[in-house]
Design a protein around this ligand. Structure first.
Ligand SMILES: [Zn+2]
Length: 285
């Protein structure tokens, strides 16, 4: 009599594990270490917070920055991404090196200025920031953000903030709604206290008097703080008055303060003539 063939059934989990070769402990440890790195965990500072509690010979304990270079780099990337926030996340790949200048002289000059500014900062820099003017799509936002990234990566800046003017005022208006999770003063405090601030697309809309006053507050406060840097972009002309001038759009007082605070670079096409220089029209100097 022929034997009945065994019925086919899927293996159980235990049976599969018994069939597998012994786990390579070293490979597993390496995979775990890689995962820890990705999660922001570090062998030295454990929690990946970048600080290690060290004890000196006398038994005194002190928190010191973590010396694991991968941990330090990961931390800086976290600061960069936090600075960009949700609506700036599309720019997270921006670096100064990745900015293509396409033989645009004004852009090449501005790129060089950003590199110089970041290299020298906080010493021997003229002004407390840079302002980039020019039409859309010429790389102004890229320049400003690349400057912020350089200061985070190379100068260990920890408090950096990117804001788009239109979105910023929308956030302030939203902070007055009943279901707001953040207060206006918290939003403003972020702008006042950031060591590096990128203010993108300044003057895109005609601000109300209220918004002009907020802007003036922010600029005023930042002007008075040592070692604070502001990078601004606008597609308006760096002039006190006239059609499409920054002065008319944001108010002469705020314009004057910005022109006193920031060195101006205009990004143009092949017919670039203006040349970089200190913005004119200051009432305060
Ligand atoms: Zn660490």
């Amino acid at each position: 009599m022929r034997e009945k063939p065994p019925e086919f059934r899927p293996l159980t989990r235990d049976e599969i594990e018994r069939l597998l070769p012994p786990v390579n402990a070293r490979a597993e440890a390496e995979a775990q270490a890689r995962k820890s790195q990705e999660d922001g965990f570090c062998d030295l500072c454990r929690e990946g917070n970048g600080m290690v509690l060290l004890q000196d010979e006398s038994g005194k304990k002190a928190l010191k920055p973590c010396q694991n270079p991968e941990c330090v780099a990961a931390q800086k990337m976290r600061i960069w991404k936090r600075a960009l926030g949700s609506y700036g996340s599309a720019y997270s790949h921006y670096t100064l090196e990745s900015l293509l200048t396409d033989q645009n002289l004004s852009l090449m000059q501005a790129k060089k200025a950003v590199a110089q500014f970041c290299l020298k900062w906080p010493y021997e820099v003229e002004g407390k920031g840079l302002i980039f003017t020019g039409s859309y799509g010429l790389g102004k936002t890229h320049l400003a953000l690349a400057a912020m990234r350089k200061l985070i990566v190379e100068k260990n800046v920890k408090q950096a903030v990117y804001v788009n003017e239109r979105r910023f005022f929308q956030e302030i208006r939203d902070s007055y709604s009943d279901d707001a999770t953040v207060t206006e003063s918290a939003l403003l405090r972020r702008m006042f206290s950031a060591k590096v601030l990128v203010l993108d697309e300044l003057g895109t809309q005609k601000p109300t008097e209220w918004a002009q006053n907020k802007l003036a507050d922010i600029i005023d406060t930042r002007m008075g703080m040592a070692e604070q840097v502001t990078f601004i972009t606008t597609n308006l002309a760096m002039q006190a008055e006239g059609e499409n001038s920054l002065g008319e759009r944001i108010g002469i007082l705020c314009y004057s303060r910005i022109s006193a605070m920031c060195v101006h670079y205009h990004i143009a096409g092949e017919d670039y003539r203006q040349g970089p220089g200190r913005a004119t029209g200051s009432l305060l100097q």
